[in-house]
Design a protein around this ligand. Structure first.
Ligand SMILES: NC(=O)c1ccc[n+]([C@@H]2O[C@H](COP(=O)([O-])OP(=O)(O)OC[C@H]3O[C@@H](n4cnc5c(N)ncnc54)[C@H](O)[C@@H]3O)[C@@H](O)[C@H]2O)c1
Length: 504
């Protein structure tokens, strides 16, 4: 038996339709209501087609399809939801309309019926506050498309009774979703944790002019393993959706600098550069998909002596091996000889700080990001005033074996180091605020955002101490409080504990 045996779904559009499918597949009887006349029957018909398609592909038996179809009942009015033990609302994203709907629902359902909202951005507590029994109201936030995105946030409002979220979580397992239990807070888990990717990318491109958006996308795909870069993701989501969400999150957290939006997105929204659906965003999108921007051309350079320094011995070995494989001479010694190209691999620091720290000439120095390995893409940068001949030599050297090289302007933490550190820091602070458990934060992000790893596990793979070092260098250079490390991160870094370590 499923956790709830009779489920009402109010608003059966894109999300509601998927929710109906999950509930019926879990074995619950489902009553569908939609304000649009004929809307409920249309959803029943659509689901019939979906299930027939699954049967044709052998993914559902004919018996299971017949049973699922028999569980659906379109409702003529809200009153038909009377016998439900759970009602899930998925109507327009409007606080007043949702509150009125919950009040109307309370008038028809029994006292023990659980009421849940699929809101993606409104306060669950504010919706519940309109109810006579706010303790039975919770958030139940699905992702689009519901059957494929196998994660759902179960949100406790300020007055939700203990036990409600546990039942909703158990029901999620009945239809094969991973429930994420969290407290009511702006963006819940997924949309909160997802803030860092875009905001730090915009900081690099817009606020610091350190790299182009295409170079940021390439670095994050090739070095850090993200499926899409932040600007590709903005194009996919469309700015008319993501720009208001960014503004709203910033307001809801009362100006938290980690979430500070960039003026660029507002401008591009005004210009209609919405993304893929408009044919033009950061990239042009045509019948062949997203335009392919060429890699930076590789300059020609004659071999010259190379002097290498890295904060980690393994990084130095890796760089020396690449230099030797290219046939360039490696010189050693406490100080680089006068004609040598100086290659450094810093952590968090920019090339300028690396030159200062090592007391070597900045004009012959090039920094390379070795944190994520040097196999797939190499990101290099030089201090202001560097001799172009040396920068070009470094570019040619690191591209000699055919590996793509991205040259950026001086940036504390290059691209990938700082974006990943930002994401890890935000997730750490979510754990610190007890918004959700470390395991739930990680699974929500992996399943909801498709990141290669959960942010806390990602931080552990890199090392909490290294993440802290990157943030410290960023904070030092910029003075920007967006880089202040979360106490969660700081404590675990100094104790040598994993970021996934919960507290007793
Ligand atoms: N689309 C997404 O990616 C997504 C993801 C997560 C959550 N959500 C949330 O889910 C909810 C629904 O979004 P959607 O994308 O399915 O929208 P949708 O427009 O596809 O569907 C909404 C449905 O609700 C019906 N409706 C509107 N007002 C109603 C009312 N007062 N009573 C009954 N039915 C009503 C509409 O006729 C429509 O069929 C919103 O709160 C949205 O924020 C959407």
């Amino acid at each position: 038996m499923p956790q709830f045996s009779k489920v009402g779904v109010v608003g059966v559009g894109a999300m509601g339709g998927g929710i109906v499918q999950m509930a019926a597949q879990a074995g619950a009887d489902v009553v569908l209501f939609d304000a649009r006349p004929g809307g409920a029957q249309a959803a029943v018909d659509r689901l019939g087609t979906t299930w027939d398609g699954l049967a044709a592909k052998g993914r559902m038996t004919a018996e299971a399809v017949a049973a699922a179809k028999a569980r659906l009942t379109p409702a003529a009015s809200l009153a038909d939801l009377a016998g439900c033990d759970l009602v899930i609302e998925a109507i327009v994203e409007d606080l007043e309309v949702k509150r009125q709907t919950f009040v109307a629902l309370e008038a028809v359902v029994g006292p023990d019926c659980v009421l849940a909202s699929n809101t993606s951005s409104l306060s669950v507590t504010a919706i519940a506050a309109a109810c006579a029994r706010p303790e039975r109201v919770a958030g139940y936030h699905f992702f689009n498309p519901v059957p494929l995105m196998k994660v759902v946030e179960v949100i406790d409002g300020a007055r939700t009774a203990p036990g409600i979220s546990g039942r909703l979580a158990a029901f999620a397992r009945d239809y094969g979703h991973r429930p994420i239990t969290c407290i009511d807070s702006p963006g819940f888990v997924v949309n909160h944790a997802g803030r860092g990717f875009g905001t730090e990318a915009l900081q690099i491109v817009v606020a610091e002019g350190a790299a182009s958006y295409a170079d940021v996308d390439r670095a994050l795909r090739d070095q850090a393993g993200f499926r899409l870069g932040p600007f590709e993701l903005l194009d996919l989501t469309a700015l008319d959706v993501s720009q208001p969400v960014g503004e709203s999150m910033y307001r809801q957290f009362y100006g938290e600098p980690r979430f500070r939006p960039s003026w660029l997105l507002k401008q591009r929204l005004d210009a209609g550069l919405l993304g893929r659906k408009a044919g033009r965003g950061f990239y042009a999108h045509g019948p062949e998909g997203q335009e392919k921007l060429p890699e930076q051309p590789v300059p020609k350079a004659d071999p010259r002596p190379v002097w290498v320094a890295a904060v980690e011995p393994a990084w130095r070995d890796e760089i020396v091996a690449i230099v030797k494989a290219a046939g360039w001479p490696v010189v050693s010694g406490p100080q680089p000889p006068d004609d040598a190209l100086i290659v450094v691999a810093p952590l968090g620091h920019d090339a300028t700080a690396a030159a200062e720290g090592l007391q070597v000439p900045a004009n012959r120095l090039v920094a390379i990001d070795a944190l994520f390995g040097l196999g797939k893409r190499r990101v290099i940068m030089a201090p202001p005033g560097a001799d172009p001949a040396f920068v070009e030599a470094a570019h040619a050297l690191f591209a000699a074996d055919g590996t793509p090289v991205t040259r950026i302007h001086d940036s504390a933490g290059f691209i990938a180091q700082r974006v990943v550190a930002t994401i890890v820091n935000i997730a750490s602070d979510m754990a610190q605020q007890r918004i959700a458990s470390p395991a739930d934060i990680d699974d929500a992000v992996r399943l909801g955002l498709g990141y290669p790893q959960g942010p806390l596990a990602f931080g552990d793979a890199i090392g909490a101490d290294r993440i802290a070092a990157i943030l410290a260098a960023l904070g030092n250079l910029s003075g920007d409080p967006r880089y202040r490390p979360s106490p969660w991160l700081r404590r675990r870094a100094s104790l040598g504990l994993k970021l996934t370590t919960a507290e007793a």
